[in-house]
Design a protein around this ligand. Structure first.
Ligand code: HEM
Length: 203
């Protein structure tokens, strides 16, 4: 029988099909969102440990930067899957435009997510432009990694529907405390007692 000759499914079955497709896309988007969040935390943590020299004693510099970049690229890939999953999800009512241009969407939570994704792209791409920008300018651009994380956690808390699940709430709280502690460590002068204890100067 030709496709066009097939009788249309009853409306209730068609609705059930649309519902399960939406559910599958929701799960995919949510998984990709949490994976992106975890990788973003990993990128920031690894970046601070590298910059402050805490892990430099035992691991070669190239390996450290390789790990940092691999996590950043993986985070960007999951952000892409997450955003696409939400755009294709009928119940999210999210257009491609609203997922690409910050604050086009009426929900501040989603707009913040779009901004975070775009800052993540700028921060990552700046690495390839390091020579052209010069070290100082590049470093200033790369500091955008911190607000990128701040916006990502704000977006997760404001837009997420699973963040009240106890395990997820604990995961978000623990990762936030770790990042906050490392940011505090990064802002300490390199000569401060805490930093010199954790990362003695290379001889
Ligand atoms: C173009 C950028 C983005 C768009 C359009 C977007 C869209 C959305 C939407 C619509 C939701 C709500 C889903 C629901 O109904 O539960 C959501 C939740 C979420 N987003 Fe994003 N997001 C973006 C960027 C990001 C970024 C950069 C991260 C983290 C690195 C992220 C992580 C999450 C997480 C963890 C949730 C919670 C999922 C849940 O609770 O089920 N998103 N996002």
């Amino acid at each position: 029988m030709a496709l066009s000759d097939r009788p249309a499914p009853p409306p209730s079955l068609a609705l059930a099909g649309a519902g399960s497709a939406d559910h599958a896309l929701h799960l995919t988007a949510a998984f990709a969102g949490f994976a992106a969040y975890a990788l973003m935390v990993g990128t920031v943590v690894w970046g601070v440990l590298t910059a402050t020299g805490v892990v430099r004693r035992n691991i070669r510099r190239e390996t450290l930067y390789g790990g940092h970049m691999t996590m950043a690229i993986a985070a960007l890939s999951f952000i892409l899957v997450h955003a696409a999953g939400n755009v294709f999800r009928p119940a999210a009512h999210l257009s491609l435009w609203a997922a690409s241009i910050p604050f086009l969407h009426s929900s501040v939570g989603i707009a913040i997510g779009v901004l975070s994704a775009e800052l993540a792209i700028v921060t990552s791409v700046s690495v390839w432009l390091q020579r052209r920008l010069g070290y100082r300018t590049w470093q200033m651009v790369h500091w955008l990694g911190y607000p990128t994380y701040g916006l990502a956690i704000a977006h997760t808390l404001l837009a997420g529907s699973d963040v009240r699940q106890p395990l997820i709430a604990i995961f978000i709280a623990v990762t936030f405390v770790i990042v906050a502690a490392l940011v505090a460590l990064r802002t300490l002068p390199a000569t401060s007692t805490v930093r010199t204890r954790l990362a003695p100067a290379e001889s």
